[in-house]
Every structure is written in structure tokens, then in C-alpha cells.
Design a protein around this ligand. Sequence first.
Ligand code: ADP
Ligand code: MG
Length: 306
Amino acid sequence: MKDKIVVALGGNALGKTPKEQLELVKKTAKPIVDLISEGHELVIAHGNGPQVGMINLAFSKNDPQMPFPECGAMSQGYIGYHLQNAIREELLNRDMKQKVATVITQVIVDKEDKAFENPTKPIGAFYTKEEADELEKTKGFSMKEDAGRGYRRVVPSPLPVDVAEKEIVKTLVENDHIVITVGGGGIPVIEEGNTLVGVPAVIDKDFASEKMAEILDADYLIILTAVEKVAINFGKENEKWLDEISIAECEKYIEEGHFAPGSMLPKVQAAMKFANSKKGAKALITSLEKASDGIKGLTGTVIVNK
Ligand code: ADP
Ligand code: MG
């Protein structure tokens, strides 16, 4: 039996500039195609922080500004273009016949999500206090001071509820195609009758990947990042790298503050949610380079519901 795997790629898989990304995706394609060659069905998700930031910034002097959901859509296309070509080339180099494509993916959020009352995610350019006040007045943006570096627009980070293109992704996967989807956590939309309305927000890519894994009835959620394992007391003298974490241990470690919010915390939370979603569901957090070893149980941190 083939395992169905949703792989979430982090910032280190893509880099920051177009040139860097074009180079890095070649490296990223190798562990991905390793997994495919080992017989797994793969669905690939990825972050878009630096890319959507760059796109947003490039348009920020325009009036009217490019709306943020449109920036997200552009980032999916731009990243997907590089990533799908790198994977295509790696497949061809190994005489493999699978095909790969990117699906521009919208993720439905709940307009009553509490996150909309408290925008937290800084995006795009830095502004002075005066400019920030002006943008709040004229555009209705929420502006916040960002760590002494100036003012930035902040947007909410709602939870993913559903994936608008899920049937299409399913059909492609069932036909042995490799799919790149929910890029940057998906373009956040709310449903209004038959209309999907884009909202300025950022859905965490770890949560969106988890949602996709549940929807596709995947066997594995693999979150690939810059570290080989999850640690407690991370960066401290008594740092301890973990091979396996039970749900109860996850809860205890979260309570004790071992996982940094915005980086390791959402990964552990997404992993827990997936492990809890069905019997036999496994979540793995490891580095891009160790993906293949990780799935063989040789490294990484596995989160299981026992
Ligand atoms: P990504 O772009 O893959 O989402 P992030 O930078 O958001 O990556 O999160 C991964 C980073 O989280 C690691 O590189 C590490 O520096 C940091 N981190 C924070 N807490 C921990 C922890 N407890 N164990 C391991 N890494 C941690
Ligand atoms: Mg991250």
C-alpha cells in the first residue's frame, strides 16, 4: 500500500529572493522526489512569508494598492512555477513518469473567527507614525509598531475551515499526479452564497497543511523545517531533542512554553491535531534533508496518539 503524505515546506526550502529561490528549489526537489521514488503519494504545501512580503512591498507605493489576497495568489503562482519545474526536472533526470502541477488554492475561513477582532501578523512595508495614522484613516488598515523598526500593517490569522479546490486536488492525487497546493496557507476567503470573497489575512501554513492532510485522508503529515528534531529547553544548556512525543506530552510542553509561538508552536499544534484526527495518523517534524530518513523512522520527531 502506498502511503499518502502531505509535506509542508518551510522558509528554508525556498529562500527569500527570486534568484535564491530558483537555486534552492533544485535542492528542495531532491528529498521530495526521493519520497516519490520510495513509492509514496505526495501533496506539497509551502510557506510564503518572504515572497508575499516582497510582492506586497513592490505594489505598496501604488494607489490603489494591490489587495493582500491578490498578493497571496501571485505568491502561489510564483513559488509554484519554480517548485513544479524543479520537481519536474528531478523526476525526468531519474526517468520517473509522474507529472507535477500547482493548484491556486483558496482556504475558507469563518468570518466569525475571533482572530478577525485581533490582527497580529505584520505584513509588508515599514511606515512612520504619521504615515501609519494616514493609512488607518484612509484605508482602514490596522497598523502596529513592530519591534522598534517602525509601523507595519497587521492582518488577522484565522484558522482554516475548508479548502475550496479540495475535489480537484483529490482527483489529481488519485491519478498519481504530484500536487503543490495551499501555498502560504492558502488564499483566505469567506463564503458568501456562491461567491468566495478574499480577505486580508494570513492562514498559518502548518495549520492549512494539516487541514489538507485531514481532507485527503492522508497517512502522514510531514512538516519539513530547518531543524532535524523538536527540542524541549530549545537553545538552553539542558536542551533535549525528542524522537517521539505523545499528545499528553505535547500538551504539557506547550503549557511549559517550550515551543516558540509563530515558529515551532504551530507545527507542534498542527502535528497534534493530525495525530488526533484518526487512528494510525502520524505526524513527523524534521528537516528537509532528513525527510526520507524520517519516514523510515531513523530520525525526526514523531507525534502520535497512542
Ligand atoms: P518554517 O519556515 O519552516 O515554518 P520557522 O522558522 O517558522 O520555520 O520554525 C522553525 C524554527 O523554530 C526552527 O528553525 C527553530 O529555530 C525554532 N524553534 C523554536 N522552538 C523550537 C523547539 N522547541 N525545538 C526546535 N526548534 C524550535
Ligand atoms: Mg514558520
